[in-house]
Design a protein around this ligand. Sequence first.
Ligand SMILES: NC(=O)c1ccc[n+]([C@@H]2O[C@H](COP(=O)([O-])OP(=O)(O)OC[C@H]3O[C@@H](n4cnc5c(N)ncnc54)[C@H](O)[C@@H]3O)[C@@H](O)[C@H]2O)c1
Length: 305
Amino acid sequence: MKILITGGAGFIGSHVAKLLLDQNHEVIIFDNLSKSKIEFIDPRAEFIEGDLKDQTKLTECLSGVDLVMHFASLIEVSESVKNPLLFAENNILGTIHLLESMKTAKVKKIIFSSSATVYGPPTKLPLTESSPILANNPYGASKIASESFITTYHFLYDFDVTILRYFNPYGPGEMHSPETHAIPSIIKAALNKKPIPVFWQGEQIRDFIYIEDLAEAHTATINLTGLNIFNVGGDKGIKVIDILNKVSDILGYKLEIDQLGERAGDVAANYASSQLLKQKTGWQTKVDLDAGLKKTIDYYKQSLS
Ligand SMILES: NC(=O)c1ccc[n+]([C@@H]2O[C@H](COP(=O)([O-])OP(=O)(O)OC[C@H]3O[C@@H](n4cnc5c(N)ncnc54)[C@H](O)[C@@H]3O)[C@@H](O)[C@H]2O)c1
């Protein structure tokens, strides 16, 4: 298949690009490099530097493409609380520009990177795809709005749509700036022998999914048609403080904690049921948390040395 990946230079998009290239798909990466570096791009892929709002360029790049995987987005929750308009412009309008370009170029198949954030503060766990959708931060709101526009193009123009709601991806290659996600923040501070920044005393419960398992959810859904919405998680809730203890065990030394209190836009607990994805595609996770953490620590040991 010829696949255009928006945001393919970023953490998750670059892993998915690699997997697709390994499976002999033709990959075009469309990214404005606002949050990533050209070095993250697999040299086997064609790279086009561009912004989602450049519909003319996007439409040209979409010529002959069979499928779009749409990762390009601003992702940082606290930043979205400070600057909701920026998130609406980049994420919501960006998605509409993409959909319009796809319509013009007659590309009618999309897989979209959504997020557990669309569920807001859950009233019942685990979260299933039919749990209520309720944003509690502008980033989540931008994902809900993007999902709605994408499903609209399914109903209006017969697009084949798969929406993947990721829970907490982690693994090698995660180099966000600022880094606000628990696992890379813990590991980087631990390797630098600095106090570990911890919100909510580490009591938040999250559902971590190793990056290669998440990448495989994309290839597992590549041939689906119609409208599909799936959670993608590890089906297990774990406290952030327990992650910290596991990292401490792997490294073999005690970690000092820097208690940062509460953080706007966070929810106390969320974890997924990914049963629907498993039933529909046979996808399953292969890398458990201990193995994933070891691989991730090895990556940061190398990249920080
Ligand atoms: N990382 C997570 O924990 C997580 C969790 C749930 C969902 N997601 C979603 O997965 C997707 C990928 O996340 P990530 O962690 O790889 O983020 P990332 O920041 O590493 O990658 C996003 C990429 O999109 C590019 N980009 C942003 N706006 C763009 C625009 N207007 N035009 C072109 N390129 C643009 C950036 O330069 C970057 O390369 C996002 O849609 C995110 O919302 C991520």
